[in-house]
Each structure stands twice: as C-alpha cells, then as structure tokens.
Design a protein around this ligand. Structure first.
Ligand code: GDP
Ligand code: ZN
Length: 361
C-alpha cells in the first residue's frame, strides 16, 4: 500500500476521480467512516477537495479488471480515500431534489458567474443568488458577461455597473469574438476558480476559448433549455498548466438557498450589511415594515436598488418558508446557522408567502 495525497476531480455514485500527487488519476471509493458519515450532505466530497489516498501497488492502469472511463481506452488505477483534509472554503447550494446541501466546489480562489445579455436574457436575480453563495463561501466573485458581441442593453449595463460598485468584478467578454478572453484567462491563472451559470449562457464555449483543446460540449440554447435533459453530473475540476484549475459545474436553472438564518441574510448583501446596524430595532429588524429601518428608507430614497432589495425579500421568504416547513416536520433545516436572535414580528408576516412557488429566478 502506498499513501499519498490527491485532489478530487469529479465523482458519481460514491466513486471519485482523484488526481494523486504522483501524477496518476485514480478511481477511488471512500474508506473512512467519518467522511461517509457527513450526514445531511448531498455529497461527501466536492471537486477541489484535498484528500488522502491509499493505493495498492499491484493495481496499474491497463489492468483488465479496472473500470474504463467513458471516452478513454485505458482503465483507471484504483485507490481508497482515507481522509478529507480541512477545507479552506466551500461553494455550494441546496439540492432541491435530494433535499440536502450540496457542496459543489472546495478550496476555490474565485467564483466566476457566466451570464449573457440575451438568449438567454440577463437574470440579475440569478446573479444575486450567486453573489450570496460567494459571500457565504467568502470567495470573490467575477461576473463574466459572455455574448457581449450580441450587444448589451442599457438596463443590463446599469445592473453591471451596480455590481461593480458593490465590489464584484465585472468583465464583458465573448467566446465568439474573443473579446476579453485573454484577460479572463489571465485572471484565472495560477488560481482555482469555479464556473457557474444558467444553461446556454456559453460557459462551455468560454472554457473552450480560454483553453483551446478542452472540447467542452457546446449545445444549442433551445436544447439546453429543455427540461429533463439535464443529467445530474457533478462538477468537474480541470487542471491546466501553471497551477490553474477550473471547476466547471453543470448548467442550472435555479440556485436554491438554505442554511442561512433569515435575520442574518442582510450580511450577504454588501449594501444592506452597511446599513442594517443602524436600524432602530438593531439586529432583530427584518427590514420589511419596521419603523426606523434604514434599509427600507434607503430603498425609498433610491440609495439601495429596488431590485436588489426585491432579491433580498425573495430569498428571505424562501428561507423562512423552509424553516417553517422544517419545524413542522420536527427537524431543523439542514445546516441552519443559529444566530441566537429572536425572530421579529415581520417574520410572521413574511411567512404568509410560505409555500408559494417563486418565479424562475
Ligand atoms: P453553456 O450551456 O453555458 O455551456 O453554453 P454553450 O457553450 O453550450 O453555448 C450555448 C450557445 O451559445 C451555443 O449555440 C453557442 O454557440 C452560443 N455562444 C456561446 N458563446 C457565445 C458568444 O460569445 N457569442 C454568441 N453570439 N454566441 C455564443
Ligand atoms: Zn431594518
């Protein structure tokens, strides 16, 4: 048996592809009970996770008893994952089908949200959710507006300017024309990034443009829009030269959020976080209908963008509805961070939205 370290590239059905530090890719199952027992999680390991591996020195690629990964002629060597090293951070979402928190990428330096100005249209509400998840992971966010060759309308331009004001990176680019592709590649160099985006925004095309030869599968927008065609693949870490690692994630329609205390949600909106300590009811202000709320005042006066506030309200409703639901089932919501703060009266009012399906944001 040889012991070594490795990084998780991808995984499915509890089998993970690990790039080991001897340069070999091994297909590994989890051995350590502690990793397996990461209860309440959709998946025990995420792309980018650093693990300890033990491998038998008798098993080599070429061994006819080993599995052959799709598109490859040689079977993979095998090993066992014996330990998960502490994560620097983790970017994840809530998996609604699996009803559990899903870690998508671990140990990342930057989140890249790929968006497009049209076909599909720019969805600020989706970007807001990615921003919340990036804040939760404490990882900087770059919004890459692909398809900028199609033209960007004034409304989208102004939303992008707002994101920039809030401290997020914004880069208009185009996989088609090559605009800012080199700049994007520069920003990713030597770092681990995670790419997220709605289907059809051109995430695969952009990755192919950054690294010719990658051959990520590019599809028709209409085909990618179609329901039921989404395969539940895990994110995949791509190793490029010079220490550059990109974690590509399957295109999603919606990013569900859980595990944030509703009363603390303002902390994930930089412009709200700056104002909320000044509210008359302090930390118990829900920023909905309280008198002396600095946030609703700022929205009225146009100092906080009404649409960003609307995003706050929608996510807040989602968190509240989920909490009520979890309480009814007699279990606490997965990963709920306890703030130790009593819920304000506004929360009860918000609960009336309970169970309502949100629009496709
Ligand atoms: P993904 O679902 O985000 O991976 O998107 P794809 O890379 O599969 O691209 C979806 C569609 O958008 C394809 O028809 C691409 O040819 C097209 N596309 C990708 N990038 C661009 C771009 O920069 N400009 C334009 N006009 N079309 C693009
Ligand atoms: Zn308030």
């Amino acid at each position: 048996m040889i012991r070594m370290e490795g990084i998780v590239l991808s995984g499915a059905n509890n089998l993970f592809s690990i790039l080991c530090d001897d340069g070999e890719r091994r297909l590994c199952a989890i051995k350590g009970k502690r990793i397996k027992d990461m209860t309440g999680e959709y998946n025990a390991l995420a792309a980018g996770d650093e693990v300890e591996v033990s491998a038998g020195d008798d098993e080599r690629p070429g061994d006819p008893g080993l599995p052959v990964p799709a598109g490859q002629s040689l079977p993979l060597a095998r090993g066992m994952i014996t330990a998960l090293k502490a994560r620097r951070n983790v970017f994840g979402r809530y998996n609604e089908k699996g009803r559990a928190n899903q870690s998508i990428a671990a140990n990342v330096d930057i989140v890249v949200c790929v968006a497009s100005p049209s076909i599909p249209p720019f969805r600020p509400r989706f970007v807001d959710r990615v921003a919340i998840l990036s804040e939760a992971a404490r990882v900087p966010l770059l919004i890459a507006l692909n398809k900028s060759d199609m033209g960007v309308d004034a409304k989208t331009e102004s939303r992008l300017a707002l994101y920039e004001e809030l401290g997020y990176g914004v880069l208009p680019c185009s996989a088609l024309s090559g605009r800012n592709v080199e700049r994007l590649a520069e920003l990713l160099r030597g770092r681990t990034s995670v790419f997220v985006g709605q289907s059809g925004v051109g995430k695969s095309s952009l990755l192919n443009a950054i690294e010719p030869g990658l051959t990520r599968r590019v599809g028709e927008v209409s085909e990618k829009y179609a329901r039921g065609r989404h395969t539940t693949t895990m994110a995949e870490l791509i190793v490029l030269g010079g220490g550059t690692r990109i974690i590509d994630t399957p295109g999603v329609r919606r990013l569900a959020l859980r595990g944030i205390e509703p009363l603390g949600l303002d902390a994930y909106f930089p412009e709200l976080a700056a104002l909320s300590p000044l509210c008359e009811f302090g930390l118990s202000c829900t920023h909905t209908d309280e008198s002396g709320c600095r946030i609703t005042l700022a929205v009225e006066e146009g100092r906080v963008h009404a649409d960003r506030y609307e995003s706050y309200l929608r996510v807040r409703r989602e968190l509240e509805a989920n909490r009520e639901y979890s309480a009814k089932e007699g279990r606490s919501a997965p990963g709920h961070r306890s703030s130790g703060i009593r819920r304000g009266d506004g929360a009860r009012k918000i609960a009336r939205f309970h169970g309502r399906e949100e629009a496709d944001d």
